[in-house]
Write a protein that binds this ligand. Structure first.
Ligand code: PEP
Ligand code: MG
Length: 757
C-alpha cells in the first residue's frame, strides 16, 4: 500500500493537523482528533500517542482503534514492550509481525492482540524523547520508508504540542509529561561555589514558528538557497585562509564543508520537506535526529562528527529564519547561569560579571582555561554534563553545584530550599575563614606556609584584601589580551600592571609574561595551524619568536614597577637557552629605559615556570640562573601523563595525587633547597586541600591559589602536623608503587588527623 494512495498523503495530513492545532478545543479533544486524522490518513486501524512521564514511564494519552478505556490507564514501563524500546532507542521501529518480536508485551486492556503490524516513532525535540507515536494494522504489512518518514514528521508537530505544556492539565500530580521535568544531571566540578539562577544558552536556539509548508516547491527552493549560501560561505572562509574569522579552525571548517556537501544529509532534509514541513522545520527534524544519535554515541570521533553536523544545522537554521547568533550577552538576566557545549576563556569573560552566577558545559576539564577563568570570576561551574544544552530551555530555574558537580534543572522546592540552606552554610563558613584572614598561616608544628593568589584581571584585586593572601603568586597577564578586541598597547598594559601593584601595596606580585597559544587564543591574532596546539607555538616560544610583543610587555612591567619591586617569570620554558634569551630581553629593555632617564624598579627578580618535563632534568643549570621557580602543575601534569588538560575524554584519567607526579615535585623542591632558590607551585593542585597537603608534606612552603581556596586551605594547614604528613608521603614515594594514585592514602591520613576537607 502506498502513502500516495492514502487519504491525501502526508502533506494533506499536516495541513489538517495545523487546523486542528488552531481549534479552540481542550487538549484531550485535540489529541483525540489528531489520532483519528493520522489513522485515517495512514490507512491504519490504530493510532496511539504515548507520552513520557516524569517518572520515566509512558502513558497512553490518546488512541484511535484500541480500547478507549485504556487511555490514561495503560502505563508502560521504560523497559517494557515495543513502545518502551522506541522511546529508549529514540529510533523508529517498523514490524510486520510485532507479536513475534522479543520485546513485544501484551496489554489485555488495550485489545491490541489482533493487530499484527506495528510502526512506532519517537516524539523528539532537541534530541530528547517526549513520547512515542504508534500506528498499527491488523494485516501483516510492511510500512514503507515514506510512511515512516511521514509519521516522524507528524511526531514532530506533536512534539511542539507536548513542549507547549498543554498536556499537563491532563496529568495527575507526579505523573506529568516529562518534557519540563525536574532533572538532576551530573558532571565534573570545575569551579567551586553554588549558584541558583536561570538558564541562558550561550548559543541561543533558533525558534521556529512555522512548521507546516504551504508550498513544498517554495520550501525546497528555500533550503536549496540556504545550503548554497552556507556552502559558499564555508568555501570563502577556507580559501581566504583567515582562520581567525569567528575563531574557527581549519579542520573544523573542512569537516563542516564535507557535511555541507554531504548528499545523505541534504537528502534527509529534502525528504522531510516532501512530507510537508517548512525548510526550517525540516532542518530541525534532521538536527533532532542527529542529537538523539549523539547522545547514544560513545565513540569520541563519531560524537565530534555529530557535533559538527549539529553546528551546521544551526547555521542553516539561522540562514533560513534570519535569526542572527546575536548573543544573549547583552540581555543577561540577573543570576544568569550560562549553559554551553564548550567555550573559551575569552567568551566567558565577555559576560557581565555582575549578573553571571554559574556555568554549565557539556565538555571542559577542571584545569582548562575556561575553568580557571570561572574560578577567577568566582562563579560556580560544572563540566562534562551530557547534552546539557538540549535538556534546558532559556529561563529555566537551575542550580549549579560546583562542589559535587551536580546540576539541578527546574528543581523541586525541597531541593531548592536545601541549596538555599547550603548557600547560607557556606556563607557562614566563609565568615569563619574571614576570621582567619589576618592569622599567619603556621602549621600545628610551627611551619610557616605562604599562601598567595592566582589572578589576572582587575576583578581579582579586591581578593587580596578579602583573603589576606600574602601577595599574588601568579598574575596571568594574557587574560587582558584575551578580553581585548585588539592587542592592548604598552600604555594599556602599563595601566593594568600599575593598578595591580597599587592594589598589592607591600605584598609581592609575580607577573607571568604572556602565555598565549594552546587553548588561549587571541581572536585578533593570526596563529599558525597546529595539530597539537598545547605542544605547539605558545607562551615563551611565541614570545621569543615575536620579540616585539614580549619586549613591549617587559617595558610596560618595568615602567609600572618604577621605584618598586618587580617579580616576573616566563611560562613554558623548555631549555636553559630559552630562559637566557628571555632574560636578555629584560636586560635590553632595562638599558633602553636607563638611557632614556626612566626610573627603574628598585629590585628585579626573574624566574621561570616549570611546566615542561624536560626541565626536570636541567634543574641544576636552571636554578643557578633564576631567582625563583614556580611549578605550573596544570601543564606539567598534562605533559607528564600526555593527557590534554582541556579534553574531557582524558583530562581526569590520571590522578595528579600520584606517585610519578609527586616524585617529580619532590625532586624540584629538593633541588631548589640545594641551590637556595625559592620554589613555589601555582597550578590548581595547590588549591585543593588534598593537593596542598601533599605539597606541604613534600616541602613546598609557597603555594599560589585560586582566591576561593585560600580560606579552606589555610584552615586545613593550621591543623596540620607537617612532620607526620612528610613521613607518610616519603614512605609512599620511596617504595615500589604499582598503584599510581595515593589519594586514598592521603585522604585516610587527613581523616585520622581530623583535617577538614
Ligand atoms: C599551570 O600550567 O599550572 C599554570 C599555572 O599555568 P596556566 O594554568 O595558566 O597554563
Ligand atoms: Mg601553564
Amino acid at each position: 500500500m502506498s502513502m500516495r494512495g492514502a487519504l491525501g498523503g502526508p502533506r494533506v495530513l499536516l495541513r489538517r493537523l495545523r487546523e486542528v492545532m488552531a481549534e479552540p478545543v481542550s487538549a484531550q479533544e485535540r489529541l483525540d482528533k489528531i489520532v483519528v486524522l493520522i489513522a485515517a490518513n495512514m490507512v491504519a486501524e490504530v493510532c496511539s500517542v504515548y507520552i513520557l512521564r516524569v517518572d520515566g514511564t509512558l502513558e497512553l494519552y490518546a488512541t484511535e482503534g484500541l480500547n478507549r478505556e485504556a487511555v490514561h490507564q495503560t502505563v508502560i514501563g521504560p523497559n517494557e514492550g515495543l513502545v518502551g524500546l522506541v522511546a529508549r532507542e529514540a529510533n523508529p521501529i517498523s514490524l510486520s509481525d510485532a507479536q513475534s518480536h522479543p520485546a513485544f508485551s501484551y496489554r489485555p486492556e488495550t485489545g491490541e492482540e489482533i493487530y499484527h503490524s506495528f510502526l512506532g516513532v519517537p516524539i523528539l525535540r532537541a534530541g530528547n524523547t517526549l513520547g512515542v507515536l504508534v500506528v498499527q494494522n491488523r494485516a501483516r504489512r510492511t510500512y514503507s520508508e515514506e510512511e515512516i518518514e511521514a509519521l516522524q514528521t507528524t511526531a514532530m508537530v506533536l512534539a511542539e504540542m507536548v513542549a507547549s505544556g498543554e498536556l499537563s492539565s491532563l496529568a495527575r500530580p507526579g505523573q506529568e509529561p516529562a518534557v519540563r521535568r525536574r532533572l538532576q544531571l551530573s558532571g565534573v566540578a570545575l569551579a567551586e561555589g553554588i549558584a541558583l539562577g536561570h538558564v541562558v544558552l550561550h548559543e541561543p536556539r533558533v525558534v521556529i514558528t512555522n512548521f507546516i509548508a504551504d508550498d513544498v516547491q517554495k520550501e525546497l527552493k528555500r533550503l536549496e538557497d540556504a545550503v548554497s549560501s552556507l556552502q559558499s560561505d564555508l568555501d570563502t572562509m577556507l580559501t581566504r585562509g583567515d582562520m581567525a574569522d569567528g575563531g574557527e579552525h581549519r579542520e573544523v571548517l573542512e569537516a563542516f564543508r564535507m557535511f555541507a556537501y554531504d548528499r545523505g544529509w541534504l537528502h534527509k532534509m529534502r525528504e522531510a520537506i516532501m512530507t510537508g514541513l517548512t525548510a526550517e522545520a525540516a532542518v530541525e527534524r534532521v538536527e533532532s535526529d542527529t542529537r538523539a544519535r549523539m547522545m547514544r554515541q560513545t565513540d569520541p570521533y563519531m560524537r565530534e562528527r555529530l557535533h559538527d553536523l549539529d553546528d551546521l544545522a544551526n547555521r542553516l537554521l539561522r540562514q533560513l529564519t534570519g535569526q542572527s547568533q546575536a548573543s544573549t550577552r547583552d540581555r543577561l538576566p540577573e543570576n544568569a547561569i550560562v549553559v554551553a557545549r564548550n567555550m573559551g576563556p575569552a567568551a566567558l569573560l565577555d559576560y557581565d560579571r555582575s549578573r553571571l552566577r554559574g556555568l554549565v558545559l557539556e565538555e571542559g576539564g577542571p584545569t582548562s582555561h575556561v575553568s580557571i577563568v570561572a574560578r577567577a570570576l568566582g562563579i560556580a561551574a560544572v563540566g562534562q554534563v551530557a547534552n546539557a544544552t538540549g535538556l534546558v530551555d532559556p529561563g529555566d530555574p537551575i542550580i549549579v553545584d560546583g562542589l559535587s558537580g551536580e546540576v539541578h534543572v527546574r528543581p523541586a522546592p525541597d531541593i531548592e530550599n536545601a541549596y538555599v540552606e547550603k548557600v547560607r552554610f557556606r556563607a557562614r563558613r566563609q565568615a569563619q575563614y574571614r576570621q582567619l584572614r589576618d592569622r599567619p598561616c603556621i602549621t600545628r608544628d610551627g611551619q610557616e606556609i605562604t599562601l598567595m593568589l592566582n589572578a589576572g584581571l582587575l576583578v581579582d584585586l579586591p581578593h587580596i584584601a578579602e583573603t589576606g593572601a600574602a601577595g599574588i603568586g601568579l598574575f596571568r597577564t594574557e587574560l587582558q589580551f584575551m578580553v581585548a578586541a585588539t592587542f592592548p598597547r604598552t600604555s594599556e598594559q602599563f595601566k593594568l600592571y600599575d593598578a595591580v601593584l597599587n592594589a598589592a601595596g607591600e605584598r609581592p606580585v609575580t607577573f607571568r609574561t604572556l602565555d598565549v597559544g594552546g587553548d588561549k587564543v587571541l581572536p585578533y591574532m593570526r596563529m599558525v595551524e597546529e595539530e597539537n596546539p598545547a605542544l605547539g607555538w605558545r607562551a615563551i616560544r611565541l614570545g621569543l619568536d615575536r620579540p616585539g610583543l614580549l619586549r613591549s610587555q617587559i617595558r610596560a612591567l618595568l615602567r609600572a614597577a618604577a621605584g618598586r619591586k618587580l617579580r616576573m617569570m616566563f611560562p613554558m620554558v623548555s631549555t636553559i637557552d630559552e630562559y637566557d634569551r628571555a632574560r636578555a630581553l629584560v636586560e635590553h629593555e632595562l638599558t633602553h629605559l636607563r638611557r632614556h632617564g626612566h626610573t627603574l624598579p628598585e629590585q628585579i627578580e626573574i624566574g621561570a615556570m616549570l611546566e615542561v618535563p624536560a626541565l626536570l632534568y636541567q634543574l641544576d643549570e636552571l636554578l643557578e640562573r633564576v631567582d625563583f621557580l614556580s611549578v605550573g602543575s596544570n601543564d606539567l601534569v598534562q605533559f607528564m601523563f600526555a593527557a590534554d588538560r582541556g579534553n574531557s575524554w582524558v583530562a581526569d584519567r590520571f590522578d595528579p595525587i600520584s606517585v610519578p607526579v609527586l616524585r617529580a615535585l619532590r625532586h624540584v623542591v629538593e633541588r631548589g633547597k640545594a641551590h637556595g632558590k625559592p620554589v613555589a607551585l601555582c597550578g590548581e593542585l595547590a588549591s585543593k586541600p588534598i593537593g596542598a597537603l601533599a605539597l606541604v608534606a613534600l616541602g613546598y612552603r609557597v603555594l599560589s591559589l585560586s582566591p576561593s581556596a585560600v580560606g579552606p586551605i589555610k584552615s586545613m594547614l593550621l591543623a596540620l602536623d607537617t612532620r607526620r604528613a612528610t613521613e607518610l608521603v616519603h614512605e609512599l614515594l620511596d617504595r615500589p608503587a604499582p598503584r599510581v594514585s595515593i589519594r586514598d592514602r592521603l585522604a585516610a591520613f587527613a581523616a585520622t588527623e581530623g583535617l577538614q576537607f
